[in-house]
Each structure stands twice: as C-alpha cells, then as structure tokens.
Design a protein around this ligand. Structure first.
Ligand SMILES: [Zn+2]
Length: 310
C-alpha cells in the first residue's frame, strides 16, 4: 500500500511538473519573411474606425501566451470595431450584450468557476448614444462565432451577420463552442465567398466595399472559419483585426502561442494557429506601421479611435 502511495505521489509530481512546463516561455521559430506586395493605396474619403469597449474578463498573462506571468492580471476586453464607410457601416464582433448573465451560464464549467467578468454599456446602447441606430448597420462581420463575440447580437435584431461558409458550418455543427451562435438563430447569417485574389501574403480575400478599405482573408485555426480583417482608413492607417488567433499582442510580437491548457480548450487547430502567429509576426516585420488588434487586448483597443470621442 505504501509503495502504491509513493508511486502515486511520483506520478502526480511528474504530471504537475509537465503541466507547469507547458506554461514556460517558448517563442515560435520565425523563418526569413518573403516580401509582401503592398496593395494599391486606398483613396476613398470618409473611412473611419471606432472601437466600442463593451465588457471585460479578468485573466492572467500566463493564460494568454507562453511565458506570460501567472501573477500578472490581464483585462481581456470585449467589444466591437465599427468601420464607417460612405457606402455602409460594418461592425466587427459585438462584445457583451444585454443577456450576458444568462449566456455566461452556458459556458464550460471550468470557465464559470475560474473567470470573472464585468459588464460595460452594450455596443447597441453605445451606438444609440452616439446617434447611430443599430438597425442602420450594413452588417456585423464576425471574426469567429464564439460566444463572447456574438453575445451582443441579441441587441441587434435583423442586422445581417456576415460569415464565411466554414464558420456557418461550425455554427451548425453542434459544437458546444458555437452553441450561443446557434441559439441566437441562423436566419440573419449571410455567407460571403473569398472571391478576391491574394492579399498581403494570404491566398484569397474578400473586399467588402471593392476599394481596398475592408479586406477579409480566411484565417482558420482558432475556429474553422476564423478570419482576419484588414482595415485601411482614409488617414492612411492600416489595421489588422485578428480575432482570437492571439489573445494578447505578445502572441504576435514574440511570437508565442497560447499555453497548452488554453489552446487545447479553445483552439480548433493549434498547428494552424501557430502558423498564423508566425505569418503575422513576419507581416509586422514587413509593415512596421500595421496596427495588429487582437480581439481581447484591451491595451491595444484603448489606443484606437473611440466611438463618442472626437
Ligand atoms: Zn474571444
């Protein structure tokens, strides 16, 4: 009996040691970048971006990327990015909506036990305050269909929700990670095709307004139909909305993937996510002015133009 106990203790210590090791710093190898072809300059006037901060979750840097400290609290921001264009207004993701308390009860047990969230005024409420009727939106573009990105859809009834076929298939698949997107209902989902050519090193693209201001590329990995959105505003700034491929900027800047526990819980295909992080890191080396916006890095969002501010 004593020997069995000793053996169990040894196995436990080895197991805990192995788990701890998965949180240690490890940067991804970055091969030399191939040159990217810069798209033609965007000439449309009146294209602007506005960040709408709508909810927070408290987590740790150590849960976001390998090498992050478990002692360092990180605010995981929720929200939507509004892109105003003379020919329409798009909202990228939706932040926490008015039903977040009930929605949170649908999340995995582990998250409910360990995560703490805070509400902020919803995207729909902030649009109203800024004099923009939510029903006037051309559509919502989802970076992906996880609950924290679709939560605010309940406050935007009737607004089209643009997704690629792969993400609609994920929503309809019965996967628990897309349960809320499924429950909200598929009648507003509209599929777009990647009907455009290569863009910044990605093979295919979709140009929402046909002028290079809003170009979306497939970036499967976090979910099967995840996308990156490249937004070019009239002041010449270029943004990359990268969804949850990295939760915090260090994921791209180091680059470093999510620790094993996080990526196992949330990423559909961690190998694809890894390749995308390396690609984004290389892209930033080629385009140092590119503003990479992880969906949950509140530090980055606070530097963006904000709705309601001049
Ligand atoms: Zn997310």
């Amino acid at each position: 009996m004593k020997r069995i106990l000793q053996l169990l203790v040894v196995v436990l210590v080895i197991g805990l040691g192995a788990l701890a090791w998965t949180f240690t710093p490890a940067t991804l190898p970055v091969p030399p970048a191939t040159a990217v072809t810069l798209p033609p300059a965007m000439t449309t006037q009146g294209v602007e971006i506005r960040a709408i901060l709508a909810g927070k979750m408290m987590s740790r840097a150590g849960m976001a990327y390998r090498g992050g400290s478990m002692l360092e609290e990180r605010v995981f921001g929720m929200g939507g990015i509004l892109v105003q264009h003379p020919r329409g207004t798009l909202l990228f993701d939706t932040g926490f909506g008015s039903a977040v308390d009930e929605q949170f009860k649908m999340t995995p047990w582990l998250m409910q036990e360990t995560a703490r969230y805070e509400k902020e005024p919803t995207v729909a409420a902030q649009l109203q305050s800024a004099g923009i009727s939510p029903s006037s939106l051309t559509g919502v573009v989802l970076t992906h269909a996880h609950w924290d990105h679709v939560s605010g859809l309940v406050d935007l009834p009737g607004v089209p929700v643009f997704v690629p076929q792969a993400e609609l298939d994920f929503i309809n698949s019965g996967d628990p990670a897309s349960a809320l997107a499924r429950q909200i209902g598929t009648k507003n989902y509209q599929v777009y095709d990647f009907d455009g050519g290569p863009y910044l090193g990605f093979e295919k693209s979709h140009d929402f307004f046909g002028d290079g201001s809003v170009v979306v590329v497939p970036a499967p990995g976090h979910t099967p139909g995840s996308i990156f959105a490249f937004i070019t505003t009239s002041d010449g700034r270029r943004y990359a909305l990268i969804g949850d491929t990295a939760w915090q900027s260090e994921g791209v800047d180091l680059p470093a993937e999510k620790p094993w526990l996080s990526r196992t819980l949330v990423d559909t295909d961690p190998a694809e996510v890894r390749a995308l992080l390396i690609k984004l890191h290389q892209l930033k080396q080629s385009l140092p002015n590119l503003i990479v916006v992880p969906a949950h890095d509140r530090r980055v969002w606070e530097t963006l133009p904000r709705l309601g501010a001049q």
